[in-house]
Design a protein around this ligand. Structure first.
Ligand code: SAH
Ligand code: SF4
Length: 361
């Protein structure tokens, strides 16, 4: 099997080339071709010696996952379904806005954490994505969307808020983050790259040490009793520990606040009283809140909070001087909104049938 170069961050690529007897600066050249130019063909990399190009064409490759489907929403949101093999697919979603272009990417096929309101969680866990499968989502989206008049790629911001828990696929996520940040590759600022986590406390500490980027934490409840039910990982890392980890993270974070995500579930976590409890709970963590109206999916027992409940909840937070935004639901018509990303949701029989036929629908 050829070595897929998308699997290697700068450090690993340098080691790979050194082992081939090449000079370290070749890694920089290759990174620039692959990520800044977006060139997947070694033959076109004209400033690299012909002998090396020839060698690479035999032992290496630059390949992204097959694209099964592309969908375009009425609001300009685009969703790509990427085949990650054995009947599984993951999704990447592009959200254009006037001042930025954001790509929401996936880190795992499925998710093991089974949050009760999340369709990815309901799908169960299949496997971690490789570095190539993670960074390949950005490579592909940039390739499709192209560059703007200033010569910059369309995607200026990346959020790891697609399928999966990025901090449970730690080393591949960090290598992919390094490629996003590396000046020879995409050169995005740490403030424009956000990891969203359900609160894997030890991994938050590692991320702070190894690759601090902007952090979003999925809070969803003001107390442990409710959070234990909505986000079961809370039973392992309860709120007190989670909020302490947030404070530690801020010591090295590129932004001076944590973004708390809070899904608005009708009659479950959206009362004014719960908003007051939340304000007291997060009092010693500099933070902003992002309220996410629940996005329904088949067979969920939950309903989206009513707009007036969301507004009242927001007002309580704002009165406590917490900057609070309500996330606009984007890409609703193509099931690209938060928590609707189910990839290939297959029941067991269908899954084994697909595995037998080798077919992916
Ligand atoms: N696993 C990570 C990142 C992916 S989920 C995490 O949980 O943070 C990205 C965000 O979408 C999280 O805040 C998650 O709680 C939210 N989400 C999940 N299902 C949702 C749904 N059905 N409606 C709205 N938001 C949802
Ligand atoms: Fe996993 Fe995040 Fe969904 Fe929870 S909300 S099941 S952690 S993807």
């Amino acid at each position: 099997m050829p070595q897929n170069l998308l699997d290697l961050d700068a450090h690993a690529l340098t080691a790979y080339l050194t082992e081939m007897g090449e000079k370290p600066f070749r890694a920089k050249q290759l990174l620039r071709w692959i990520y800044q130019v977006g060139e997947p063909d070694f033959a076109a990399m004209t400033d690299i010696a012909a002998t090396l190009r020839e060698k690479l064409s035999h032992c290496a490759s630059i390949v992204v996952s097959d694209i099964l489907r592309e969908e375009l929403s009425d609001d300009g949101t685009r969703k790509w379904l990427l085949n990650v093999g054995t009947g599984n697919a993951v999704e990447a979603v592009y959200i254009p806005e006037s001042t930025r272009g954001t790509l929401c990417i996936s880190s795992q096929a499925g998710c093991a954490l089974d949050c009760s309101f999340c369709s990815t969680g309901k799908q169960g866990f299949n496997r971690n994505l490789s570095v190539a499968e993670i960074i390949g989502q950005l490579w592909w989206a940039n390739h499709q969307l192209g560059k703007n008049a200033e010569g910059n790629w369309a995607i200026s911001n990346v959020v790891m808020m697609g399928m999966g828990e990025p901090l449970l696929n730690f080393s591949n996520t960090v290598s992919a983050l390094r490629l996003m940040l590396d000046d020879q590759a995409y050169g995005l600022s740490r403030r424009r790259v956000t990891v969203s986590t359900s609160g894997i406390v030890p991994a938050m500490d590692r991320l702070r040490e190894e690759c601090p980027v902007a952090l979003a934490v999925s809070l969803h409840a003001p107390n442990d009793a409710l959070r234990d039910k909505l986000v079961p990982i809370n039973q392992k890392y309860p709120l007190k520990e989670l909020l302490a980890a947030c404070r530690r993270y801020l010591e090295r974070a590129p932004r001076d606040f944590i973004t708390f995500e809070y899904v608005m579930l009708d009659g479950v976590n959206d009362s004014v009283q719960q908003a007051h409890e939340l304000v007291r709970r997060v009092a010693d963590v500099p933070c902003k809140f992002n309220l996410i109206p629940f996005n329904p999916f088949p067979q969920t027992p939950y309903l989206r909070s009513r707009p007036d409940a969301i507004a009242r909840f927001r007002d309580v937070l704002m009165q406590a001087d917490i900057v609070t935004t309500t996330r606009k639901t984007r890409g609703d018509d193509i099931a690209a909104a938060c928590g609707q990303l189910a990839g290939q949701v297959l029941d067991k029989t269908k899954r084994s049938r697909l595995l037998h036929s080798g077919e992916v629908v």
